[in-house]
Every structure is written in structure tokens, then in C-alpha cells.
Design a protein around this ligand. Structure first.
Ligand code: N2P
Length: 437
């Protein structure tokens, strides 16, 4: 409900802006859902005015699937000032000239949080996005993590969850959730299927991140057809809740959703944990970029900077469960928990952080990072995967879709009959019941 009201308010602001003859005072931000503490948005508006003397109104919209967001920019030329794609989409946008270079020198030195808090690890990851164009000149890391298995420890052992084979394990049929993110599923499945070659050294994890050959695509599709037999849902964002309610016991998911789910589930006595399977996986990083159709570049630049302010980064982490791409000492300090075992996160926080008590789901140990790779753009070949993905999901959805449509039609019919009766009797009824956000 909150989201619907928020979207309506955003639409109203845009409408008023266009009546006003322009949108100079509007900053249009397009981010992943559940990926920010929304209370920081009005604070940004206030901060921006203090810094620049100019008023700004943030219009904040969300997406759940990288490719949907991309299509709005590529095909729709939507005028977002700021978006937050994943690494391989940033690569694609760079390759097709859709991004504007960032100018952080425009920020006063004392508030240049980007320059002061960037993690060298993520700067390196973005540097590797494209050998010809420096992605760090066009994108600033926001949140990052791994793709792995969130599992119910009362039903699934760590050994079972510690291999990608778990997503087609018949023991968990009907209770497996798969992220509706084709690249984030394809990558780990291919890594699983190429174990022998990886061990023999005839391919590398990096090679696999570029592999969209027909042969590999067919093997992954065959594998996913087995997975689909046991799938409870292909989910963009509802998987974490299904896990906290104990409906799902295995979920191919992102580390940040896992952290959120583990904490929520503990409150209601459901025991969850997260693991990056031993065969290897993908590491990902989403970053702020300014698309070439943007209007308000100055405010967009300040917004990115504000997101890099340590106290704001900590609040976003606490709200979402994801790890901010921010290596400031305050961020490390906020994450220390004396109940945890010490781990080596020096790759992220620097040489002092070889033995610190932070959550290993959030900050993977170096050994985990070493078996993960970054996805890369496939250009036009991406279409092959999207077609394969709809084939897989479409087949699976058909019978369920008919049931849902059937139920909806019956419910609509009943509502119409009841509605007309009430109308005849001159009675109204206030809607009741709590709606989920
Ligand atoms: C949060 C989305 C996280 C995106 N809802 C991971 N790439």
C-alpha cells in the first residue's frame, strides 16, 4: 500500500512539474525495490538546498528486474536522472553510449564522500567491467554482494545447500524459490555444469561469464527444466518473505535478501542461513549512473555523493540487509558484532581488517570471493537468454496462471453481484483488513 501511495505521489509531482512548464526542480531516481531507507530522500532534498541554495524534489521509482529497467532507457528513452543497474548492465550501457561521464570535481572537497569512501575492491571490480572504457568514470558502486543459497536449517543441511545441485534436489520439490533474474541464475548453473573443466583448468570462471554459446545455453536450459519440476516460484522480490514464513526451504538468492530474511525469520522462530556453494558463484555490484536522457545532472551528482555519506550508507544497509559499497571506518565500526567469529575482510576495508567480527553473509571471506566472478554483458546474445527464460517460466506458469485467473474471475463475479446488491440497498462498506506493502 505504501508503495502504491508513493507511486501516486510521484506521479502527481511529475504532473505538477509538467504543468509548471519544466522539471528543473525534480530529480528522477530509478532504483531497485527495497534498496534504500526511504527516509533519506527528504533529508537529501534538505541537504541539497543547504549545499546549493536550490530546491529539489526527488521522484523515486523502483524496478525488480534489470532488463525491465534497461528497456525503459534503451527503448523508452525515459528521462531518469539517476539509475542503479547491475555491473553487466552498466557494461552494456557503456558500450552503447547510454551513460554520461560523472563529474565529481564539481563537488566541494569537504563533502566529496565518493572520493573519500570508495572501496578499492569495488573500484577494481568496476575497472574490470570494460577493458576499453573506465567504468569508474561513469558509475559509482552502491551495494554489492554474492548470489547463493538461502536455506532453512531445520530442513536442509549445510552440505545439501553447499552445492548448486540443491535447486533440483527432489527432496525439496515444491519448496524451492528461484530469483527471477536470468543472468544471476544462468551464471551459477553454468559454473555448476562446468565443474570438471574448471577443476582441470581448461576454462576459468571469467571465461564462463562470457559464455553464451548455443551449447551452454542448451545445457543450462535442460538443467532448468529439471529445476522447474520443484519450483515454488520464480520471484523478483517475494522469495525472502516466503522463506521467513517457512513456505520455501531453498532459495537461490542475493546475499542482501538473505540477510534480511535471516533476521526477520529469527523473530518468528524460523531458522535460515546462507551459503555460497562450493562450486563457485557470481559476485555483483550495482552502481549509480546518469543516463544520457537525464535532465538534472547536478542534483544527480549530489545524490550519488549523499548516498556515499557514511551515516546514510549505514542507514541504507540497516534497512535493506544489503552491503553498501562504502569502506569508511564508520561503516566497519557499525558492522562489528562481538558474538561473531573474526574473518578476513582486508580486501574490502584495507590491511587493518584481517581479523574482524563482521557478518560473513554480508562480507564474504576472501576465500569465498576467490571462487566468485563478475558477470559480463553479452550484447545482442542476451536476447537468446531472455527467450529461453520465458520458455522455462512460461511453461511452468501456465497451469498456475489459469488457476489464478479462474479464482480472480470468480472473485470478481461475486464482487459484482454483492456490489450491485449493496447498491440497491443503499449500503456502503468500508474496506477493512491490513494490506501488505
Ligand atoms: C533488492 C535488489 C537487489 C539487487 N531488492 C541485487 N543486484
Amino acid at each position: 500500500m505504501k508503495k502504491v501511495l508513493f507511486a501516486a505521489a510521484a506521479a502527481l509531482v511529475l504532473m505538477l512539474a509538467s504543468c509548471d512548464g519544466g522539471r528543473d526542480g525534480i530529480l528522477k531516481v530509478y532504483n531497485w525495490s527495497d534498496y534504500i531507507d526511504e527516509s533519506v530522500l527528504p533529508e537529501f532534498e534538505q541537504w541539497y538546498e543547504e549545499q546549493t541554495g536550490e530546491a529539489i524534489k526527488v521522484v523515486y521509482q523502483t524496478f525488480d528486474v534489470n532488463e525491465v529497467m534497461l528497456s525503459k532507457i534503451e527503448k523508452g528513452h525515459e528521462d531518469y536522472d539517476l539509475i542503479c543497474p547491475s555491473d553487466y548492465i552498466i557494461e552494456r550501457m557503456l558500450n552503447s553510449g547510454l551513460l554520461l561521464p560523472l563529474d565529481f570535481d564539481a563537488l566541494p572537497e569537504e563533502i566529496n564522500y565518493i572520493a573519500h569512501n570508495r572501496s578499492p575492491y569495488l573500484t577494481g571490480i568496476f575497472h574490470d567491467i570494460n577493458p576499453n572504457i573506465e567504468a569508474n568514470d561513469y558509475a559509482v558502486p552502491y551495494m554489492w554482494g554474492t548470489t547463493g543459497i538461502l536455506y532453512n536449517t531445520d530442513e536442509v543441511t549445510a552440505e545439501e545447500a553447499g552445492t548448486w545441485d540443491v535447486i533440483r534436489n527432489p527432496k525439496f520439490a515444491g519448496r524451492i524459490l528461484i530469483k527471477d533474474a536470468p543472468r544471476d541464475v544462468y551464471g551459477p548453473v553454468l559454473i555448476y555444469l562446468r565443474q570438471k573443466e574448471l577443476q582441470e583448468g581448461t576454462v576459468t570462471l571469467q571465461d564462463l561469464m562470457y559464455d553464451c554459446s548455443d551449447e551452454s545455453m542448451a545445457e543450462v536450459e535442460a538443467y532448468l527444466r529439471e529445476v522447474k519440476e520443484g519450483v515454488l516460484g520464480w520471484e523478483a522480490d517475494f522469495g525472502k518473505e516466503q522463506m521467513t514464513k517457512g513456505r520455501g526451504v531453498v532459495s537461490l538468492n542475493w546475499s542482501g535478501d538473505a540477510v534480511w530474511a535471516i533476521e526477520e525469520a529469527a523473530e518468528v522462530g524460523v531458522n535460515l542461513d546462507y551459503i555460497v556453494p562450493e562450486e563457485g558463484s557470481t559476485v555483483w555490484c550495482d552502481g549509480w549512473v546518469i543516463p544520457k536522457y537525464a535532465h538534472n545532472i547536478r542534483a544527480a551528482t549530489y545524490f550519488i555523493d549523499f548516498m556515499c555519506r557514511p551515516d546514510i550508507a549505514i542507514r541504507n544497509m540497516e534497512e535493506t540487509g544489503y552491503i553498501a559499497a562504502n569502506a569508511a571506518p564508520e561503516v566497519l565500526e557499525s558492522q562489528i558484532n562481538e558474538d561473531l567469529e573474526p574473518i578476513d575482510v582486508s580486501y574490502f576495508f584495507g590491511p587493518e581488517a584481517t581479523s574482524v567480527r563482521v557478518d560473513p553473509v554480508l562480507y564474504p571471506d576472501k576465500a569465498v570471493i576467490d571462487r566468485c566472478a563478475l558477470e559480463h554483458d553479452w550484447g545482442e546474445d542476451t536476447a537468446k537468454l531472455l527467450t529461453m527464460w520465458s520458455r522455462i517460466k512460461g511453461d511452468n506458469a501456465s497451469s498456475m496462471t489459469y488457476i489464478v485467473i479462474g479464482i480472480a474471475l470468480v472473485a470478481a463475479g461475486i464482487a459484482v453481484v454483492l456490489g450491485s446488491r449493496r447498491h440497491k440497498h443503499g449500503k456502503g462498506r468500508k474496506a477493512s483488513g491490513k494490506k501488505r506493502k
